[in-house]
Design a protein around this ligand. Sequence first.
Ligand SMILES: NC(=O)c1ccc[n+]([C@@H]2O[C@H](COP(=O)([O-])OP(=O)(O)OC[C@H]3O[C@@H](n4cnc5c(N)ncnc54)[C@H](O)[C@@H]3O)[C@@H](O)[C@H]2O)c1
Length: 313
Amino acid sequence: MSFNKRVIAVLGGGVIGQSWAALFASKGNRVNIFEPNKDTAKNLKPKVLNLLQDMPNTVGIDEAKGNIQVYGTIEEAVKGAYAVQEAGPERVEIKQSIFKEVEAFAPENALILSSSSGIVPSKSSVKMTNPERLVVGHPFNPPHIMPLVEVLSMERVDENYLEEVMDFYKVFERVPIKLNKEIPGFVANRLQTVVVLEAINLIEKGVVSVEQMDAIMKNSLGIRWASIGPMLTGVLGGGPGGIKHILEHILNTLAIAMGKKPVSEETIESLQEETNKIYPIEDREYLVKHRDEVQRAIVRLQKLQRHKKEMPV
Ligand SMILES: NC(=O)c1ccc[n+]([C@@H]2O[C@H](COP(=O)([O-])OP(=O)(O)OC[C@H]3O[C@@H](n4cnc5c(N)ncnc54)[C@H](O)[C@@H]3O)[C@@H](O)[C@H]2O)c1
């Protein structure tokens, strides 16, 4: 599917809006940005072009310059839009009034998407006539670099419409993941919250300094989780016993020592069954090779950057 030259509207020209605009413009689309703050609007285009400059496989800056327009009304920005990516302030009443206007002025089959970090579609769509058209496409900052987009729709959403939303993000080489349920904070930020809270707890207790904490993360979990997720880590770490071995012998012992609830027998069995299906025994040698290759590449890049800029370890 090619989106080249389609109109994509971005509503809000802050941190996230600028980054989305750069991503959409990178493939040669027309990008209409709505920004109500006149001072912000004035400097928007150069900021977006600046982000675009460092992106690989983009159209030329001159072409992008001609494709990006900044508007002072939603009506103008969404005119003829194939998709509308909202990136306004995280306030429910603002989102509600934005989507009411988008529905009134955007083409009737335009994709209507919200960047919200936590306001679910059932809340931000209350002023819309067809609320199920609103789908959350929550990026990880900055969206022109980070591939993940968490997609959350209302239950009654048309499956073809949702499929089109998923395809839309894939065209820009994002990785859209559709969540099965509404949950505050969605998934990536919930994981981040747990890890960061524990990091702060360890600093508060004097176990490590701030600098040591960052060094520990960058030189261990950061590298590991960029190559394989926590579930596959358990599978590969558990050897022939798979994730069950790791959970029973390591994770649960640590969980108890940390005063947390251990994983139940029932959950361990179901995770073992599911991971054996997704990561069958015969694929594991290949998966280890893949993990090691990605990890080596990241370590190499980290070393290179350190030499260049004298970054901390
Ligand atoms: N910053 C992040 O790390 C991050 C990550 C993922 C998602 N998000 C979500 O993206 C959205 C935007 O966040 P941000 O960090 O870019 O905020 P921001 O404050 O940097 O930008 C918001 C922009 O929206 C403009 N604005 C004000 N009223 C508006 C209106 N009625 N319609 C459209 N725009 C309006 C503001 O002038 C500002 O330029 C929020 O919903 C946020 O939760 C943020």
